[in-house]
Design a protein around this ligand. Structure first.
Ligand code: HEC
Ligand code: HEC
Ligand code: HEC
Ligand code: HEC
Ligand code: HEC
Length: 475
């Protein structure tokens, strides 16, 4: 009893310690009620979560730090005091005992709240909704993907305590960025500090599920008066046992067991690949370089080692948009025409839709009203046709507005094609497979990495209006 009284006396002697105790008692009391409420009554909600698991515990921890700090100041001051010596002696012992017993209690409390906060901070709602403006583009598109069931941290935080600490430090830096409003817009792709993807993807996709051949039909529309339709048909060679009996051939050759491919690029976006190294299952190494480029320029950090080792290629080097798939405007528009949601019989509809969809708008509101202007613009350009197709043109407006809202975020400087997918042929935004397969990287004998069409796919039709293969397939 004396011990507690003595401790309280010491607290009472310091304004700082008093402030600390007020913080602790208010925060702990309020937090206990909130957590109880959250467990029993409310649905889990990111805003309650932030207060209960981040704000109040932070307050309590600050308070807990202030109490001994205040006491320490009092004791230090007592050096100059004649009775000080006595106080000091008694205090040291009592304070020590008090701190030990209080720490035990705090340990239990913090372990509970800490466990719940980590759990909470790993939920997709926390990541997606906390920094609403910042994360909402990724969150929105993520919800549309096949992978919306995977928590953000599954891909964004690596395994083990090292990654956890690294991600919390990164998180703190990012939070500071948001508060100070000096984070980069658009957000840079974080691939250099993501965990190796094989483990994540492998949990649901066994190798058998991505081998074989995959027939793909591309239905395209031209931006001309008739919205001329063409088809390309390819059979992608996803992977098959190779001719010489060992390993795989085809696209998923890169991901077979025992093979390691590393690459170095001279830019952060990993577009300009200057060196590729492959070590096969027998330990045999092959190297391809880009003549004339500065190889030492920049070494993109691999996941498990520092700079200089290149990046170890994994699923996400091709599937870089497994869940944040910001589709290209040509693609989404062609899909709308193909499915008839927008009627391809309306003359010039592709051209004008493309124009309103891809015009540059400063804000979301500007985009919505710009797109709503489509019927008027149409009539202005094509006169009477505007009346003839008035209803269909009006119907197209909300469809195009929704597309724009989903894929473009002026506030975050995310435009069409800011984050292109890296599968396929070069576009104005990425060289995709052709970063390595574009014919510029050669081995010491001058032989380039393959760009033979049929190693990736069989081309059954290319930009044809009425390909025979489609008629055969229909029969
Ligand atoms: C299936 C794995 C996966 C999941 C789940 C996932 N991400 Fe990502 N995320 C990625 C990959 C891969 C990239 C990097 C893409 C690249 O390098 O081009 C990325 C990039 C990002 C970026 C940087 C901007 C960008 O688009 O490149 C943000 C922000 C982001 N993710 C937020 C989230 C949030 C929030 C969630 C949960 C709601 C989430 N991610 C869930 C794989 C994932
Ligand atoms: C929690 C399970 C799960 C995980 C983990 C997972 N996927 Fe999937 N994935 C699915 C489901 C379900 C589908 C849709 C059904 C299908 O096509 O198999 C799918 C579809 C796909 C598709 C084809 C359709 C599309 O959306 O493009 C690709 C490619 C794909 N996943 C790649 C990946 C990659 C790469 C990773 C790792 C970054 C990954 N998946 C991780 C469950 C998962
Ligand atoms: C980081 C560099 C890199 C990227 C990116 C890359 N590849 Fe490769 N790829 C290689 C290397 C190296 C080889 C082996 C050398 C060769 O076959 O000429 C290879 C081989 C191949 C092969 C032949 C495999 C065999 O032996 O049967 C196919 C098919 C292939 N890649 C398809 C693709 C496709 C499709 C993409 C894009 C989705 C892609 N690659 C992206 C580096 C890359
Ligand atoms: C060299 C590039 C490359 C790498 C590396 C790669 N993939 Fe793929 N993957 C592709 C391409 C290209 C397709 C076909 C995409 C399409 O449908 O247009 C594909 C398709 C898939 C599909 C869909 C199959 C289907 O039948 O629709 C799954 C699932 C998949 N990959 C999983 C993975 C997983 C898991 C990994 C890592 C272990 C991986 N991929 C690594 C290029 C790659
Ligand atoms: C390194 C692998 C690779 C090589 C080499 C390659 N392609 Fe492709 N190609 C792809 C992939 C992957 C896709 C599928 C893209 C997608 O799913 O969106 C594709 C799609 C296509 C398409 C249909 C889509 C479109 O844009 O019309 C055609 C046609 C095509 N390729 C023709 C060719 C021809 C012709 C060659 C040889 C001169 C060739 N490709 C060489 C990987 C390759």
């Amino acid at each position: 009893m004396i011990r507690i009284k003595h401790f309280l006396d010491l607290i009472a002697m310091s304004k700082i310690s008093i402030l600390g105790s007020v913080l602790v008692t208010t925060a702990v009391g309020a937090d206990a009620m909130l957590i109880l409420g959250e467990l029993l009554i409310f649905e889990s909600n990111p805003y309650i979560g932030i207060v209960a698991y981040v704000l109040f515990p932070g307050m309590a921890a600050t308070g807990l730090g202030l109490i001994p700090f205040g006491i320490w100041l009092v004791i230090r001051k007592s050096h100059r005091d004649p009775v000080g010596k006595l106080v000091r002696k008694a205090s040291r012992k009592h304070v020590g005992q008090m701190i030990v017993s209080l720490t035990l209690i705090n340990f239990v409390l913090f372990a509970f709240v800490g466990y719940r906060s980590i759990h909470f901070m790993e939920s997709a709602e926390f990541c997606g909704l906390t920094c609403h403006e910042v994360m909402s583009p990724e969150y929105t598109v993520y919800q549309k993907s096949h992978h919306s069931g995977i928590a953000c941290v599954e891909c964004h935080v690596g395994p083990g305590i090292g990654w956890l600490i690294k991600s919390k430090l990164d998180g703190t830096r990012q939070l500071a960025g948001v508060v100070l409003d000096n984070y980069s817009r658009p957000i840079e792709t974080p691939i250099h500090n993501m965990r190796p993807a094989e483990h994540i993807c492998g949990e649901c996709h066994s190798q058998d599920s991505y081998l074989g051949q995959k027939l793909k039909v591309f239905e395209r529309y031209e931006s001309d008066e008739y919205n001329t339709k063409t088809f390309s048909v390819i059979n992608l060679r996803l992977g098959e046992p190779s001719d010489h009996g060992e390993g795989l051939s085809g696209i998923h050759w890169h991901s077979q067991e025992g093979l390691e491919i590393r690459y170095w690029s001279s830019d952060k976006k990993r577009e300009n690949v200057v060196r590729v190294e492959m070590v096969d299952e027998h330990g045999h190494t092959n190297v391809w370089t880009k003549p004339g480029s500065d190889e030492s320029a920049h070494a993109e950090e691999g996941h498990d080692e520092g700079a200089g080792h290149g990046r170890l290629m994994d699923c996400t080097d091709c599937h870089n948009r497994p869940t944040h798939d910001f589709l290209a405007p040509d693609f989404v528009l062609d899909n709308l025409l193909a499915s008839g949601v927008i009627d391809p019989k309306i003359p010039w509809i592709r051209a004008i839709s493309f124009d309103v969809l891809t015009a540059r708008y400063e804000t979301d509101e500007a985009a919505m009203s710009g797109i709503a202007d489509l019927p008027r613009l149409y009539s202005e350009q094509f006169g009477d046709l505007g009346n003839e197709y008035a209803e269909a043109l009006n119907d197209a407006v909300p469809v195009l507005q929704e597309l724009h809202e989903t894929y473009v975020y002026p506030e975050m400087k995310i435009e069409w094609n800011t984050y292109p997918a890296r599968i396929g042929h070069p576009t104005a935004h990425t060289s995709a497979c052709f970063r390595c397969h574009g014919g510029l990287l050669v081995d010491p004998d001058g032989i380039q990495i393959t760009n033979d069409c049929s190693s990736c796919h069989y081309v059954l039709a290319e930009d044809e209006k009425d390909p025979v293969i489609l008629r055969l397939l229909e029969d």
